[in-house]
Design a protein around this ligand. Structure first.
Ligand code: PHB
Length: 391
């Protein structure tokens, strides 16, 4: 009798243990709510990241830390109210363990409070205003920050004979970051700067470019969000700024790999600084670009795709480290300080800021064979977000 009772008790205990940890967890998928602009003016960002997330699962497997990853894709069409509502639904109804995506700064910001309250990691794969990671201790970023890319551009310009710059940026978080960090660094190096800002929605660059043309600067520094570059380039050429000898410089967003081929020769000669080019010369990147293009005919991966791919890599690495425990605090702790070899080069999540530390490359837009590419010719290693590094 005693033996039987002990045995039964033991079995019950085992069953209970199994339902609250290891075994049961291993059965359940870890749900990732992926919120992206799949329609609307920023759909190119959504399509790039969605394609990259699918490629990650195909190339690196869907099971990590013993748990299967299940991605639930939602389209916010670039509207912050939709992002907030979708994030809420994904947390409450779908019980996602991770929120990811966020194609624009306002969309990442709209989700910060939900991430904090629910203790759910928010992986920012695209948005790049420096302050985003300060909006919640649950935000981790795999894209970049605009100051991280803009300061190296200012240093390069100052060292290469450029004295007078006109900055043209889109008038919201990342544009203001780009303008401020470029101008401060460039002025410190002895240069002069004038600035204009263009609206985010339905931008018409012509009147702003007219002002630049009249000011006759040595260079125009530009930030426009991914997807808008072709329109900007066209008007830059139409206004005759290239012929007037105004050099085009900027962060890499304007010569985005997704639309570069379609821009044609107008982009030739642009000098930009960024963390990723599809032409990055490494065996790992060649294999990535080839696999991406095979899975998505007619598309070239851009920096958004790489932010998405590495976002998945980070989630997978964190689950490996926690042995499949997907509770928010455990995942965030595992993500802090995580490092890996990305197709962009070596990367590390800064444990203090949850931003990504990475190389920034100076690139020139030129022909490689018959294709237009951003060819990297200088590397600034292991760049932290400079705004937070100074705090
Ligand atoms: C942003 O909204 O944070 C953003 C969007 C597109 C970019 C860079 C930043 O290319």
């Amino acid at each position: 009798m005693t033996v039987r009772r002990t045995l039964l008790g033991g079995m019950l205990g085992l069953a209970l243990a199994a339902s609250t940890s290891g075994f049961a967890l291993a059965q359940e998928a870890v749900k990732i709510g992926l919120i992206l602009p799949m329609t609307g003016p920023f759909a190119s960002t959504g399509k790039q990241i969605d394609a990259a997330v699918k490629l990650f699962l195909a190339r690196e497997g869907a099971t990590h830390g013993g748990r299967k990853l299940e991605v639930i894709l939602k389209d916010d069409a670039g509207n912050a109210d939709a992002t907030r509502r979708l994030a809420q639904e994904l947390v409450v109804n779908e019980k996602v363990s991770v929120l990811a995506g966020f194609g624009l700064t306002p969309l990442a910001m709209a989700t910060a409070q939900i991430a904090t309250q629910a203790k759910v990691p928010e992986i920012v794969m695209a948005a790049a205003t420096a302050s985003i990671t300060e909006a919640s201790p649950y935000i981790v970023r795999t894209s970049f920050t605009l100051p991280q890319a803009s300061e190296p551009m200012a240093n390069w310009a100052a060292k290469n004979g450029i004295k007078k710059v006109f900055t043209v940026v889109t008038d919201y978080g990342p544009g203001i970051d780009a303008e401020t960090s470029f101008a401060n660094t460039f002025k410190e190096a002895g240069g002069t700067v004038e600035s204009v800002r263009i609206p985010l929605r339905n931008p018409d660059f012509a009147p702003f470019l007219q002002r630049v043309s009249e000011a006759k600067p040595d260079a125009l520094f530009v930030f426009v969000p991914s997807g808008v570059g072709a329109q900007f380039m066209k008007q830059f050429i139409e206004r005759g700024l290239d012929k007037a000898g105004v050099k085009l410089i900027g962060t890499g967003d304007v010569v985005d790999d997704d639309i570069l081929e379609g821009m044609g020769d107008v982009a030739l000669g642009a000098i930009t600084t960024h963390h990723y080019s599809a032409a990055h010369d490494s065996p790992a990147n060649k294999a990535f670009v080839e696999a991406f293009q095979k899975a998505n005919p007619g598309m070239r991966p851009n920096f958004m795709a790489v932010g998405g791919y590495d976002g998945m890599k980070l989630i997978a690495k964190a689950l490996d480290a926690t042995k499949g425990d997907a509770s928010g605090d455990k995942l965030i702790a595992a993500m802090k300080g995580a490092s890996w070899e990305s197709v962009r080069g070596p990367v590390k999540i800064d444990p203090d800021t949850r931003d990504i530390i990475q190389n920034i490359y100076v690139r020139k837009t030129q022909k490689l064979g018959s294709e237009l590419h951003n060819v990297e010719f200088e590397t600034i290693k292991d760049v932290k977000d400079p705004v937070k590094a100074r705090k």
